[in-house]
Design a protein around this ligand. Sequence first.
Ligand code: FAD
Ligand code: SF4
Length: 505
Amino acid sequence: MPDNNDRVPPGEGKPRREKLIPLSPKERMAIERQDMPEQEAEERRGNFSEVPFGYDDDLAQLEAKRCLECPSAPCIAGCPVGIDIPRFVAHVALADYAEAARTLKEASSLAAICGRVCPQEEQCEAVCVRGKTGEPVAIGRLERFVADWEREHPVDDPEPLPPTGKKVAIIGSGPSGLTAAGDLARKGHKVVIHEALHEPGGVLMYGIPEFRLPKSIVRSEIEAVKRLGADVEVNAVAGRLFTIPELLEEEGFDAVYIATGAGLPVFLNLPGENLIGVFSANEYLTRANLMSAWTYPYTDTPIIQSDRVAVIGAGNTAMDAARTALRLGADHVAIVYRRSRAEMPARIEEIEHAEQEGVEMRLLTNPIEYLGDEDGRLVGLRCVRMELGEPDSSGRRRPIPIEGSEHVYECDTAIVAVGTRPNPLIQSTTPDLLFDKWGRVMIDPETRHTASEGVFAGGDIVSGAATVIAAMGDGKSAARHIHAYLEGELDTAAIIQSIRDRTEE
Ligand code: FAD
Ligand code: SF4
């Protein structure tokens, strides 16, 4: 086995990392990034099965051998939950998948999910050293490979610490709530997750479709959190069946973590928005995913049968809605977006998948009116063409309507996917909490404590619509600080005052 440890100078001020993969840097550099086999576009647009098949052993080991095991490992800092990426990747290269899985588990309780839906191209892979001169290591694909292997060959869960006698309520069972629950249960606290819907998982269950994130995977990750000792109560709507003050004052909880997401759809308020055939992406996707409308009539929930569909927006939600509409049998589906391709917020991989499946991209096109027939059914979308002007406050070039460019896109279904915001239910039933003008809970960014004693918050309810891994990162940080709070190590009076001061600025 060649020892190449001496060939790479150690990172300045960093502990030296022992290299595990028995290849020289030159040998590693000679390996090209490995594609992940997937269903052909023509075939997959007719089914809800997962699009990529994942790496097999050979592909995974080959891809892993591309890692340089850099002493400075910038990929770790690029990961919002700080996975020791070179270590887990090296264990894949050595075919020691159990050790790779243990390494992932140290930092992430939802690796099979993150490996599928995280925007690695903007995070760990964006800073991967191999990306400087070619393509980065396919960290996400390797994470997915290891997590899938571990589902078939479970490695030991770390033993939770002995019970502390403290009780924590988590409100919301999306990635943020689940992550906080797992970490707090490991510390020995009694954790109860309260979820409004009849099934836990948040957007992972009701938003992201089966063909991108199979629900069996989400369920098995939730089971793993339960095995750590967390209880899940479904159909438990905070603000309707109970309030947060009641949990603390009457139900014996010592702390609360609010992770209720940002699930309230935003509409465009255009004329005709009440026509039959106009949906929010949330309703459309919830019917299809959570209520399994794609298997109707074998399940109870129906969904509109469409011929021509317009999906308004260009984020991940829009791509999911467009690709779901195709799979539900639509003849033609178009993304209608007022800016250009460069500004589309969806992951590049999702845009490419949608295009391969036949989704039309009607870019620089802004809808101005929904058109209906005498029965109140949608028949078209009146649109205007746009050009890009100077950058606006968000840094993106402002779209400007082109005079005389009005036209109609004929469609029987329009799905609005232009964003979401927090539901105001918690705001209206938790008097001490403070909220910003977008309805997001205000927190101390360091500790995630809110303006209400013993109440913490994170995920989309704080950041607005963001990403799975950011929500998980918040959950991890909250769990750390909730633990400190339960140990009496948090000066909450000062924290609460600093949040109140911010609202008066
Ligand atoms: P959520 O996942 O929204 O979970 C919140 C939970 O709280 C829900 O289960 C909700 O029912 C529950 N809840 C709400 N109110 C109450 C209440 N009053 N009482 C009890 N429970 C309550 N991100 C990515 O990184 N990659 C992607 O590919 C991606 N694709 C997406 C596709 C779609 C269609 C959508 C909608 C989002 C996507 N996102 C993606 C964003 C990502 O899913 C979210 O940022 C993430 O799920 C936020 O996690 P969270 O835990 O804060 O909230
Ligand atoms: Fe490996 Fe890339 Fe991380 Fe370097 S930056 S250790 S090459 S994954």
